[in-house]
Design a protein around this ligand. Structure first.
Ligand code: NAD
Length: 259
């Protein structure tokens, strides 16, 4: 085991799958004690069991991040089980297929996406920041997306709006708590090879429509994003605060991509 998060306690929302699951395995291998929170409690337990099987420390909680009481309980669990909370990785998110242009997106879909992707981050901070302050400080990593800074003709208006809000909210939190030992950064992945994108990229045409804009010509693997989350969570990023931390293979730097 390495020790980049030795002695730290981390809460990871959406920790049952994709980026969150890889972050859980990685954070634990670096010495963190974990609470894996996910709306799919059984899948969260599977990730926690995987961490424990590798010699790490993890508990799972069933938690809908859009529900204040669930999030409060997840934070409580970290403090009751391990005595403190130092790292808050607000990573849970949804990307429903019905999310499209403003004209076609049903209002209920817009509301649910904002409830999970934006209010979920707000609730994580609402209940998590007092715990971080009790611990003497810590690191907040909020998962936004590259779509928070770039528009696309393949629109997904609710998702894009929800992630733009995460970016703005993260900046404000970063400034407000900067002198009280808390850093906050928005992790902005490009397209990642996880179940979230699987439906969208199911057809070769849909996949190619997007990959043509990725200079590296491929999706990210979840571990490549988890490594960035580890940097932001750990003291290695001690002077990194309020950033739009892009892990996008160069998408936002590109005008024309290679043939
Ligand atoms: P994923 O679908 O593999 O994992 C998301 C996890 O969040 C799942 O385990 C799911 O059960 C959980 N979840 C969903 N709703 C929840 C809720 N209400 N409460 C608690 N947990 C909930 O997806 P992923 O790609 O690993 O996504 C992780 C984050 O990264 C999301 O915020 C997503 O928007 C963001 N992101 C993903 C991509 C991508 O291309 N995959 C790109 C940019 C940003």
């Amino acid at each position: 085991m390495a020790d980049r998060l030795a002695g730290k306690v981390a809460l990871i929302t959406g920790g049952a799958s994709g980026i969150g699951r890889q972050a859980g395995l990685l954070f634990a291998s670096e010495g963190a004690k974990l609470v894996i929170a996910d709306v799919d409690g059984a899948a969260a337990e599977r990730t926690a069991a995987e961490v424990r099987a590798r010699g790490g420390t993890a508990e799972a909680v069933a938690c809908d991040v859009a529900c204040s009481e669930d999030v409060r309980s997840a934070v409580d669990r970290a403090e009751r089980s391990y005595g403190a909370l130092h790292v808050l990785f607000n990573n849970a998110g949804i990307f429903p297929a019905e999310d499209g242009s403003p004209v076609e997106t049903p209002e209920a879909v817009f509301d649910r996406v904002l409830a999970v992707n934006t209010k979920g981050v707000f609730l994580g901070c609402k209940h998590g920041i007092p715990a971080l302050l009790r611990a003497g400080g810590g690191s907040i990593v909020n998962t936004a997306s590259f779509v928070a800074v770039l528009g696309a003709a393949t629109s997904q208006v609710a998702y894009t709006a929800s992630k733009g809000a995460v970016l703005a909210m993260t900046r404000e939190i970063a400034i407000e708590y900067a002198r009280r030992g808390i850093r906050a950064n928005a992790l902005c992945p490009g397209p990642v090879n996880t179940p979230l994108l699987a439906e969208l990229l199911a057809s070769p045409e849909a996949r190619q429509r997007r990959l043509v804009h990725v200079p590296m010509g491929r999706l990210a693997e979840p571990i490549e994003v988890a490594r960035a989350a580890l940097f932001l969570a750990s003291e290695e990023s001690s002077y990194v605060n309020g950033t739009t931390f892009l892990v996008d293979g160069g998408i936002t730097a590109a005008y024309v991509t290679p043939e």
